[in-house]
Design a binder for this molecule. Structure first.
Ligand code: FBP
Length: 338
């Protein structure tokens, strides 16, 4: 079969009337920026990109050099593209306006420039996660409140994994598709179209070291997975945890499975670990478009009304039937379900 490049795929989506020219060009700009981030991550110690940047972000986290470098690459690439009204990032407290010297567009872009920062220095896969919304009409200088739209209003979402291969996974709400970077040609090439995630799975991902802090329904649910075929679930489950959400989610997009970052006593006051606008919402859109499910353990993530640019939420996502079991246990414990 003749290889289909990302550009060709975007033109096909435009011809089919599924996306407009501006959104297609915005995705091209984001993909090109991620190719530059891939080059930087691949250099590792030789590129002087490992280690701490010596600065902190809005979340109070120490920034890695690559966090800052990736953020700057995405900001610079999207500033002059002409497709954005503003963008927002995990690494910045407030939205970044488009400089007046550049034309503005109708879209809002949010991103986690380098997800899995704790893995950068140990050469484990990291990634970029992004989400695109429409800028409300008549808003020239978007503020944080203009980004606070439910995940169901996303026009596009994607992630790039910087691993052995550099892989882009993308959705516009018409299925989820995978592109692999052909380093020789320098182009993303379609490697899987209309991905379907199996509804059943025997593989789960969670940070087990937080177990003692979990709510009772999560203790029960994971306890039953660990009990295996001798237990109430009657089958064995295997565990994986990369501690890079993009890598854990990409495994699920590739062969199924479930990923949990539930609420626990340690993070209860902040509402969760992962951020709704540039981690939970884009991943939920991608997973649902591939036939999976994504909840907070209680509610569908995409229907949540965000309350802050850096708001955190619990995340349950992956193979549909398994996410439904974990969610049912929480709602049952709340007395919301029999
Ligand atoms: P950032 O690296 O972008 O801050 O993302 C948070 C994250 O690293 C996720 O990628 C990952 O799933 C999780 O935190 C790992 O958490 P923990 O350190 O508890 O294992």
């Amino acid at each position: 079969m003749k290889p289909v490049s990302l550009i060709q795929f975007l033109i096909e989506e435009r011809r089919a009337g599924r996306i407009n020219a501006e959104l297609s060009l915005l995705i091209e700009v984001v993909a090109r920026a991620c190719k530059r981030i891939a080059v930087a991550t691949n250099k590792g110690a030789l590129g002087g990109v490992l280690g701490e940047a010596g600065t902190g972000n809005i979340q109070g986290e120490a920034q890695k050099k690559l966090d800052v470098i990736s953020n700057e690459i995405l900001l610079e690439a999207n500033a002059w593209g002409g497709h954005l009204a503003a963008c927002a990032s995990e690494e910045m407290e407030d939205p970044q306006p488009i400089p007046d010297m550049y034309p503005k567009g109708n879209h809002l872009l949010m991103f986690d420039p380098l997800d899995g920062s704790s893995n950068i220095d140990v050469n484990i896969s990291v990634g970029t996660i992004f989400s695109v919304l429409r800028c409300p009409d008549g808003i020239g200088e978007p503020k944080a409140e203009h980004f606070l739209q439910p995940g169901t209003t996303q026009l596009a979402a994607g992630y790039v994994v910087y691993g052995p291969a550099t892989v882009l996974v993308l959705t516009f709400g018409h299925g989820t598709h995978e592109f692999t970077l052909d380093r020789e040609v320098g182009s993303f090439i379609l490697s899987r179209r209309d991905i379907r995630i199996p509804e059943e799975t025997g593989e789960f991902a969670i940070n087990m070291s937080n177990q003692r802090h979990w709510e009772a329904p999560m203790q029960r649910y994971i306890g039953e997975l660990l009990a295996g075929k001798e237990g109430p679930r009657g089958k064995d489950f295997n565990m994986r945890w990369v501690a890079s959400m993009v890598a854990d989610v990409h495994r699920i997009v590739t062969r199924g499975g479930v990923f949990y970052y539930p609420l626990d006593a340690k993070i209860k006051s902040q509402g969760g670990k992962l951020r709704i606008m540039y981690e939970a919402n884009p991943m939920a859109f991608i997973i649902e478009q591939a036939g999976g499910a994504a909840t907070t353990g209680r509610e569908r993530i995409l229907e949540l009304q965000p309350t802050g640019l850096h708001q955190r939420v619990p995340v349950f996502l992956g193979s549909k039937k398994e996410v439904e079991v974990a969610t049912h246990y929480h709602l049952e414990a709340d007395g919301a379900q029999g």
